[in-house]
Design a protein around this ligand. Structure first.
Ligand SMILES: C[S@@+](CC[C@H](N)C(=O)[O-])C[C@H]1O[C@@H](n2cnc3c(N)ncnc32)[C@H](O)[C@@H]1O
Length: 226
């Protein structure tokens, strides 16, 4: 688990809740326009195991209707069970284009819709889904807590919210590397210095289950009952 620790003088000793370099909609669209063609063979493959485990967790949950937030190039789509009904949303048309191609090529009938939509303010009515899952998206969106609030709104009471993400280390060499990479956030399209507290308020953290994922625990699966 990652937490910001205060030292005995109350100073921050871990990563800041606010990342050093802000990402806005324009920089996200620009970054993923560049990523779209190479995503699957680069970050997509590094994150494959964690993504597969997240989808396995979704498949084990009750309920049919699943919202995949920030569906990207659709790497997760072939792994959902046949009895799930998947709606994928993403801000980037370039990433969605890749996802639509996969759905057509692989005949993925469990994919109900792939929609261009802002995950922080969707068009869905309250309680539309049994499950919402966001894989490697929380450290990309401009306002992670708005993302969580929107996922809570569109998932029915008793449903489940899942995230897989990289969360910044608290200290040590990894923390220094992440801090050093932070100024490149806009070019990367994600925040290397993204603290778990940027997504979860203290009252949420108390009820979230965090599980380290491969490779080397650099990703975390976060499981939250709605
Ligand atoms: C690192 S990629 C992850 C893609 C996919 N979830 C995966 O497992 O590979 C982040 C994705 O989040 C999308 N994204 C960023 N901000 C978003 C927002 N506000 N609403 C919807 N999608 C967003 C990006 O366009 C991009 O496709």
């Amino acid at each position: 688990m990652n937490h910001i620790l205060d030292d005995t003088h109350g100073r921050r000793t871990g990563p800041g809740v606010t990342p050093l370099a802000a990402l806005d909609t324009a920089s996200i669209l620009e970054a993923y326009r560049r990523w779209a063609g190479i995503y699957d063979s680069s970050f997509g493959s590094v994150s494959a195991v964690a993504r597969r485990r997240a989808v396995r967790a979704v498949n084990q949950l009750p309920g049919i209707d699943v919202l995949e937030v920030g569906v990207g190039t659709g790497l997760a789509l072939p792994s959902y069970d046949q009895d799930k009904r998947i709606t994928g949303i993403d801000l980037s048309v370039d990433m969605l284009q890749q996802a639509r191609r996969k759905v057509a090529e692989k005949g993925l009938h469990r994919v109900e819709a792939l929609l261009e939509m802002d995950a922080e303010a969707t068009d869905f009515p309250d309680n539309s889904f049994d499950t919402a899952v966001a894989m490697f998206v929380a450290s990309v969106v401009p306002h992670p807590r708005l993302l969580l609030a929107e996922m809570r709104r569109v998932v029915r009471p008793g449903g489940t919210i899942l995230f897989v993400n990289h969360f910044a280390a608290r200290r040590g060499p990894r923390w220094w590397v992440e801090r050093a990479m932070a100024p490149a956030s806009r070019a990367l399209g994600w925040h290397p210095d993204f603290a778990v507290e940027a997504l979860f308020a203290p009252e949420d953290l108390a009820s979230v289950t965090l599980t380290a994922m491969p490779p080397l625990g650099i990703f975390t699966l976060a499981h939250l009952a709605n």
